[in-house]
Design a protein around this ligand. Sequence first.
Ligand code: DC
Length: 242
Amino acid sequence: MREDHEAPRTAETAPARQVPASIIAIDGPVASGKTAVGLKLARQLGYRLVDTGMIYRAITWLALDRGLDIEDEAAVTSLAESDRIALGSLGEGDRTTVSADGRDISDELRSPAVDRSVSYVSRMAGVRRATVELQRAFAREGRIIMLGRDIGSVVLPDAPVKIYLDATPAERARRRYLELSAAGVERPLAEIMSELAQRDEMDRQRHVSPLKPAADAIILDTDGLSLEEVVARVGEIIGIQP
Ligand code: DC
């Protein structure tokens, strides 16, 4: 493990692997490209993809649906501890799907209402306790790419490959803007930027499992790189032969 005084590892200084790692942790802030990169790599490798943000989003969605006060920690935690939420079948290279009370709610989890409230839910210690074991159980089966904020630092500290994708707030807001426009949702860039800054702040400042690279993560700054370029660099780190 890296000593604190050593420089962080970057994609350029990371040692090359000969065989693809079986468990790959990818962390990073909002709109850093984790999902797009993870999906492409999972398909390339035939690995399963678990986007852990979907778990926090599903709990948020359920809490809003039940009319709970989103800051009521006891009520939201007991929802998280119930067995109402299940991750869908995780096929090779598929998106992570989630169902609540048996109904697939995946398409509802990226709504503005969930976006606005999810940081309140994901900072609750009880909620994180309830979800971390679920995440580890998936990882034990191997051949998996897991996306989140604390996968390398807390959920899977022994993962053989940990990548932290980063980009400036302006670049991430631009990507989110383009993604929304492509989906037919027009929202002012300034509004997206301020929401993103607010969510970043909450993710970084929370007491439990704050967003930060694991000490032994490889940090990849993706500003100025296309999706294909990021996938290629991460692929090299993981051990995919070109
Ligand atoms: O990646 P995302 O935007 O779907 O994440 C939704 C929220 O969940 C966001 O506030 C960060 C939080 N999250 C987390 O705290 N830990 C994770 N492993 C994944 C997501």
